[in-house]
Design a protein around this ligand. Structure first.
Ligand code: ZN
Length: 283
């Protein structure tokens, strides 16, 4: 199943897809579950869909999609997690995954503008597979890790490289508003029994700039979940962006920085197509 968060007729809600329509599960369930994160907290999205199956529908085209989880408690990103990207950045191999964080208010949904900050001339794309945590936990074992995944989505961990490179800490360059594109929907984990068989492709204005199978991850998803949950509890709705393949704009010759008007597509087999157009910040 595909679940998404959205605004329609001025009201924020969430629901699941049926063809080109969204079934407005939020209209039926929001007394108990005000948002998709709180629905994931209580368990089965399949049971929830059954309970809401007769809810009103709206055309997907009429909805403004929000980040799949607009209000995750924690967002983690994995740096240099594909060999091709590690090599192009000149990083040494590491024993442990490189983890940094994003704030929820840096996120946007499918179709919303990616915002090129006024203070940057080095705005870049990073196509990634994101996982959304279902059942939370601490010290999750690698063997149990995939049972803690509610589903998968596309993520563009768009990066303000000049601010990322001010020091060794990534935080400033990864948290400008309108830079974390997350969508268009969550595909439930039952539809993706093996997340190592997907292919992550990034196109800018139709030109393919990144394309790699998820089997090329240096630290696979179970290892990432085990590592993160070793130092902090994971909760339902938490997001982990699992790293980007080689081919980022910063490492191309010449560099390919995003400009206003560029259309960035993150296309992951069996998951979805996330499209966002770059706009200049209106400050
Ligand atoms: Zn990234």
């Amino acid at each position: 199943m595909k679940w998404t968060s959205y605004i329609a007729d001025g009201r924020a809600s969430y629901g699941f897809l049926d063809g080109e329509e969204i079934v407005d599960a939020g209209a039926v369930l929001s007394d108990r579950h005000p948002d998709l994160k709180s629905l994931i907290e209580v368990g089965s999205l399949i049971e929830a869909a059954y309970e809401a199956k007769n809810a009103a529908r709206i055309a997907l085209a009429d909805a403004q999609l929000l980040p799949v989880i607009p209000n995750p408690g924690k967002i983690f990103c994995v740096g240099h997690n594909y060999e091709s990207h590690r090599q192009e950045t000149g990083r040494d191999k590491t024993e442990f995954p490189s983890i940094f964080t994003r704030f929820a208010d840096s996120q946007i949904g499918h179709g919303s503008p990616l915002i090129l900050p006024k203070v940057s001339t080095m705005f870049d794309f990073e196509g990634e597979l994101a996982i959304v945590i279902g059942e939370g936990g601490r010290a999750i074992s690698e063997g149990d890790a995939l049972s803690h995944v509610a589903g998968y989505a596309c993520y563009n961990d768009a990066s303000v490289r000049d601010w990322q490179w001010h020091t060794r800490q990534f935080t400033p360059g990864k948290n400008f508003p309108g830079t974390g594109a997350f969508g268009p929907w969550l595909v439930t984990a039952d539809e993706i029994p093996d997340p190592t068989t997907l292919s992550v492709t990034t196109r800018v204005n139709g030109e393919t700039l990144q394309s790699q199978p998820t089997s090329d991850m240096i630290f696979p998803i179970p290892t990432i979940i085990a590592y993160v949950s070793a130092f902090t509890p994971l909760s339902p709705g938490d997001v982990i962006a699992t790293g980007t393949p080689g081919g980022v704009g910063a490492k191309r010759q010449p560099p390919r920085w995003l400009m206003a008007g560029d259309v960035v597509e993150i296309d992951i087999t069996g998951v979805g197509l996330l499209v966002n157009k770059v706009e200049n910040e209106g400050l």
